[in-house]
Ligand binder design. Sequence first.
Ligand code: APR
Length: 230
Amino acid sequence: MINDSKSIVFFGGAGVSTESGIPDFRSVDGLYNQKYDYPPEQILSHTFFVQNTKEFYDFYRDKMICLDAKPNKAHLKLAELEKAGKLTAVVTQNIDGLHSLAGNKKVYELHGSVHRNYCTKCGKFFGIEAITNSTGVPTCECGGVIKPDVVLYEEGLDNDTIQGAVKAIAGCDMLIIAGTSMTVYPAAGLVRYFRGKYLVEINRDPTAIDDRCDLVIHGKVGETLDKIEV
Ligand code: APR
C-alpha cells in the first residue's frame, strides 16, 4: 500500500508518543485513569484554567510537559517518509511537538503545542521555558496571565489548522490512523473527508473505525512503522 501511494497522510494521537514515555489518556495506565482531586478532563478545561489557574498549572507542569521525551521510531519513520516525498502531512492531536522535533515540516497540531504560549492580555508569545522556568501562575511583564497555546475542553480548534488538515486528508491517497481512540471531536470527525485508496489503522486497542479500514493492525505504532522500507 505504501509503495502504491504517492500522498500519504498520517493522523495520530497520544498512542504515537507512549513509546517516547508519554502516557496516553484513556488506556488503563492513561492520564484520565489516574486519581486526582478533580477529574483531569475537568482540570484541562477553559473554566478550570480561568477559575483555578494555580491548580491548572500544578497539573499541567507535572503531567502535560515531558521535556525529556524524544521522538520514537514512529516519529522518525514519518520524517523519513516526508523526506522521500511519500508523506504530505502529519495531522496530530498531540501537543508534545515530537513530530516537528523529528524533522517533519508539514504538521497540523489540532490541539496546539506546549511549545507555544502567549499572554492573555497583550498577546506576547512565549516559549515553553516561560512555563518550565517559573512556578505558580506564569505572568507577562504587562501583568497578564500566560496561557499555553493548547486547546482545552470548551475551547475551539484553530480554523487554519483544521482547514489545512481537512485539505490534506481530502487530497491524500492513503490515510494512516494511529495511536488514537478516535473518541474526541472534532478531531476524530476529520476522517470523513478521506476519499483515497487505502484507509489503514494501527492501534493497540480496537476503535469505532476498525470495520471501515482496509487494513487494521492491532500493535505498537512505532514497531509497526519501523518495518516500512522507504
Ligand atoms: N501503539 C499503538 N497504539 C497505542 C500505543 C502504541 N504504542 N499506545 C497507546 N495506544 C492506543 C491505545 O490503545 C488508545 O486506543 O492509543 C490510543 C490512545 O487513545 P487516547 O488515550 O484516547 O488518546 P487520544 O485518542 O489521542 O485522545 C484524543 O483526547 O483528552 C483529549 O486532547 C486530548 O488529544 C487528546 C484527545
